[in-house]
Design a protein around this ligand. Structure first.
Ligand SMILES: [Zn+2]
Length: 136
């Protein structure tokens, strides 16, 4: 009977992954099954991780299609965000970092949106002024 609490304590010790994240910190993900690593760091899960990376390849295809719809200065940011999505999914990027990236990207996009609207408004106003000038 006294052995059981000891056994469950050593089990909970194994619960944290033995791997290291890209940012150099100890991986805080939980161990899967009987190994010492989470999904992202388990050497036996390399094939599944390759599959997840190929999904990242699909992200690159979307990126290519969006290229002509997005201002050139914003394109690298979209690439970074798509990479971050795959990395969070694979457990190799801290979700907090990804959240910070998403917040900054949102702010940048809103700032660009204001600039683009202002440009279009000026063009409309110039066109209208030219038309009124022609009628007078
Ligand atoms: Zn891990």
């Amino acid at each position: 009977m006294a052995i059981e609490p000891e056994a469950s304590r050593s089990k909970s010790k194994q619960a944290q992954c033995a791997g290291t994240r890209k940012d150099g910190m100890r991986c805080t993900a939980r161990v899967m099954g009987a190994g010492e690593h989470c999904f992202a760091h388990d050497p036996a899960k390399a094939a599944q991780r390759d599959q997840a990376r190929r999904k990242g390849g699909a992200g690159r295809a979307i990126r290519h299609r969006l290229d002509h719809l997005v201002p050139a200065t914003l394109r690298p940011m979209i690439g970074d965000l798509l990479d971050a999505l795959g990395e969070v999914h694979a457990g190799t990027l801290d979700p907090k970092r990804a959240s910070a990236m998403a917040a900054l990207a949102g702010a940048i996009t809103r700032a660009y949106g204001v600039g683009i609207l202002e440009e279009r408004l000026q063009a409309l106003e110039a066109a209208q002024a030219a038309q009124e000038g022609g009628e007078a």
